[in-house]
Design a protein around this ligand. Sequence first.
Ligand SMILES: CC1=C(CCC(=O)O)c2cc3nc(cc4[nH]c(cc5[nH]c(cc1n2)c(C)c5CCC(=O)O)c(CCC(=O)O)c4C)C(CCC(=O)O)=C3C
Ligand SMILES: [Fe+2]
Length: 348
Amino acid sequence: MSEFDAFLLLSFGGPEGPEDVMPFLRNVTRGRGVPEERLADVAEHYRHFHGVSPINAHNRALIDSLTTELAGHDIGLPIYWGNRNWKPYVADAVRQMRDDGVRRALVLATSATGGFSSCRQYRNDLAQARAVSGEGAPELVKLRHFFDHPGFIEANVDGARAALAELPAGERDDARLVFTAHSIPVSMNDSSGPDAAGKLYERQQRETARLVATALRGPGAEFDLVWQSRSGPAQVPWLEPDVNDHLRALAERGVQAAAVCPTGFVADHLEVLWDLDIEARATAAEVGLHFARAATAGTHPAFVTAIRELVQEQLAGAAPRALGTLGLCGIDCPATCCPAPQRPPARP
Ligand SMILES: CC1=C(CCC(=O)O)c2cc3nc(cc4[nH]c(cc5[nH]c(cc1n2)c(C)c5CCC(=O)O)c(CCC(=O)O)c4C)C(CCC(=O)O)=C3C
Ligand SMILES: [Fe+2]
């Protein structure tokens, strides 16, 4: 089988102090037409956490867990870490790999599904990092997506079960399962995937939700998939409904309790801590709906095992494990898969 000599964790990045917040946000939104008011709002969210994004601690913890997991299975790959939007930048990690003599590395991006932001943009980041590293840059092979990997599902099922257990006993069985993922522009969703059918991002998010709901409540279990953390200019349509609107609609229908499961997020990112734990929880309280939020996969042992298995697929040709019906995604993507959407003109 193929030879690999390192593992790279590729993530989004986040600020590590108040002075990082604005430069980080400028990195994320450069050329994206995100209104200044939205940036100011999100900066406030980060300041609420003293300018420290939770994402970096999560990635460090994941690297610790993976170090143990890989060593325990005699996988001797050194682990590197690089981000798209903040230090440690992926370009620096790739340069370091080159200097350390790494020739060919496996890459795990911290996104469960395909899509532009969650796959293509990471592929572009890798290509750019190799280009700036120049001569001798390692070959980088991105691992497939894990939205329906049994280990990722199991981690989310455990999180959802614990959330249900927080709800009043008499309401648990009828509590609504509300899954959330990051909203994206409708055009970005429509163009995601390898062919004209599009909507790959939404279909994979729905598949994760369906698999978790099925594991909890059996085949045909009811669930909702809604969206959170909308950005962008008001005139550009993004995926709806928003989780807050949905919670209001549930309460109006007489639903008493909801377990909100952010299966679209791999760890408890800022969007989970702010948009769900603060905002959505407040919405639920306002409309008299009992609310519990499920933990994300984070460093759940089943998720760490899943990542090790993805590595073994490449190292040893281990049979891929996947629960869903959508098929494996992220290996041999055509170059035209999940293209960048048309952007509104940049701010003046
Ligand atoms: C699909 C998706 C994921 C999941 C897949 C993946 O993981 O990649 C994701 C993850 C994340 N997004 C994050 C942060 C931000 N995303 C923003 C803006 C945007 N996200 C988008 C999409 C996604 N984003 C889009 C289409 C935009 C508009 C700008 C553009 O068209 O690209 C902005 C700008 C301000 C705002 O408007 O919110 C911020 C600060 C963080 C770090 C959080 C932390 O610090 O814990 C993480 C993990
Ligand atoms: Fe984002």
